[in-house]
Design a protein around this ligand. Structure first.
Ligand SMILES: CC(=O)N[C@H]1[C@@H](OP(=O)(O)OP(=O)(O)OC[C@H]2O[C@@H](n3ccc(=O)[nH]c3=O)[C@H](O)[C@@H]2O)O[C@H](CO)[C@@H](O)[C@@H]1O
Ligand SMILES: C=C(OP(=O)(O)O)C(=O)O
Length: 427
């Protein structure tokens, strides 16, 4: 496995191009299963989560071709099974979207419980409640979820919690069901809207995505389409915070500034300058950083997927800041790593109290999950000395070409291969 070695202290300057959104791609690629013809998906990020979900479809029989480095052609017609490979599916959360997609296609799906980042329990009761309302029955056996229906019929579904995953899965299962489905208290994230647009481009009739009531009028068939995935809001936010942390000046290109509003607002509150253009934002900082309180919320609130990155910035701000993580019970595992670099943070349940320090110091650290890894990158870029980050496979789940992008902005970053210990090789 590789590690990153980063010499901190270089200001990030210049520009960076944002790739397609991970959290949209991992919903849209399984959604292609529902089409009666070839789908061409553009602006697909080159990340390992996409490689995994694509490989699962391939193993189920889909014909998949890389048209170019960011365009995938998926022919779902040869898919011959409703069972997803356990080995591949267990590593990523997005594989649970195969439940909705296979149910919509075959009226039957068998998929493992979700993987992905470890934030404690990641329940799927709202997904199952949605499937049941559409007429399916389910059982959980040996870590696998088995959902089946004679036929799927539209229903009114009220989500007890705002869940991105449940909203996506219900949309996928309902799009070809008989009649109308209404999802109330639906999630409003940009990737929900992107999925609805993708489905509509295949002939679906999904209305209201981006509001908390989504109506899905079932159609008999979905056709092939060509569709381009939205830019990654979280990748953009990560580079925005990196620019701010290093006192840099960076033009973050190929973004939808509206999707970044909650992040931009908090950065401005901290004293960072943000200039918006049609499809870019310029982020620069010259002065000191101010303390600021953050509460993570479903969209349009501050995204939980930006919480570890912003915590790094608050660690080097003047004064005491508080983060309230309201989405996940256990998303502060990275704090122990950040403390090794001199951050002063105390965690109590869903609250983190951060006393700003003058600077962070280099230390050997590891990425405990995807965004934790992004936080370690930012901390290393801003720290005094040379930091080594291990377990960067987590970072590669969601960031395309991260070291090339950082190098092009002036970072001093190297990838170093760590040979497997001889004993591990022998096993
Ligand atoms: C609303 C929200 O911010 N969702 C985030 C969540 O999406 P993801 O889809 O992974 O998670 P959900 O949106 O489904 O979960 C949000 C909350 O609802 C709870 N829940 C969820 C499903 C369910 O059936 N029952 C249940 O109780 C979860 O425990 C969690 O507290 O994590 C992703 C990865 O970090 C982020 O990209 C999403 O922005
Ligand atoms: C936690 C994330 O992803 P996943 O839910 O796929 O692990 C994320 O995108 O920040």
């Amino acid at each position: 496995m590789d590690k990153f070695v980063i010499k901190g202290g270089n200001r990030l300057t210049g520009e960076v191009n944002i790739s397609g959104a991970k959290n949209a791609a991992i919903a849209i690629i399984p959604a292609a299963i529902l089409a009666d013809d070839v789908c061409i998906i553009e602006n697909v990020p080159n990340i390992t989560d996409v490689a995994s979900i694509t490989r699962i479809l391939y193993d189920m029989g889909a014909k998949i071709r890389n048209v170019n480095k960011s365009t995938l052609e998926i022919d779902p017609r040869p898919i011959h099974t409703h069972i997803a490979s356990y080995e591949l599916a267990r590593h990523i959360r997005g594989s649970y979207y195969l439940l909705g997609a296979l149910l919509g296609r075959f009226n039957h799906a068998v998929v493992t419980m979700p993987g992905g980042c470890d934030f404690g329990v990641r329940p799927i009761d709202q997904h199952l409640k949605g499937f049941a309302a559409l007429g399916a029955t389910y059982k959980l056996e040996g870590g696998m979820v088995d959902v089946r229906a004679d036929s799927l019929k539209g229903a009114n579904i009220y989500l007890d919690v705002v869940s991105v995953g449940a909203t996506v899965n219900i949309m996928l299962a309902a799009v070809k069901a008989k009649g109308m489905t209404v999802i109330e208290n639906a999630a409003k994230e940009p990737h929900i809207v992107d999925l609805a647009n993708f489905l509509n481009s295949m002939g679906a009739d999904v209305r209201g995505a981006g509001t908390d009531v989504i109506k899905i009028y079932g159609v008999d068939r979905l056709i092939g389409t060509t569709y381009s995935i939205i830019p990654d809001q979280i990748e953009a936010g990560t580079y925005m915070v990196a620019a701010a942390a290093t006192g840099g000046d960076v033009l973050v290109k190929n973004v939808i500034p509206k999707h970044l509003e909650s992040i931009s607002a908090k950065l401005e509150e901290m004293g960072v300058q943000i200039e918006e253009f049609d499809d870019a934002v310029r982020v620069s900082r010259t002065g000191a950083l101010n303390k600021c309180n953050i509460k993570t919320m479903p969209h349009p609130g501050f995204p939980t997927d930006m919480q570890p990155q912003i915590a790094v910035l608050l660690s080097i701000a003047n004064g005491t800041s508080i983060i309230n993580e309201s989405v996940w019970d256990n998303r502060f595992r990275y704090v122990e790593e950040l403390k090794r670099m001199g951050a002063q943070i105390s965690v109590d349940g869903k609250l983190a109290v951060i006393e700003g320090v003058d600077h962070l110091n280099a230390a050997p650290v590891k990425a405990t999950d995807l965004r934790a890894g992004a936080a370690m990158l930012i901390a290393a870029l801003a720290a005094v000395g040379t930091t080594q980050i291990e377990e960067i496979n987590h970072i590669e789940r969601g960031y395309e070409n991260v070291e090339e992008k950082l190098l092009s902005m002036g970072a001093d970053i190297r990838r170093v291969h760590i040979p497997e210990p001889a004993v591990a090789q022998a096993i």
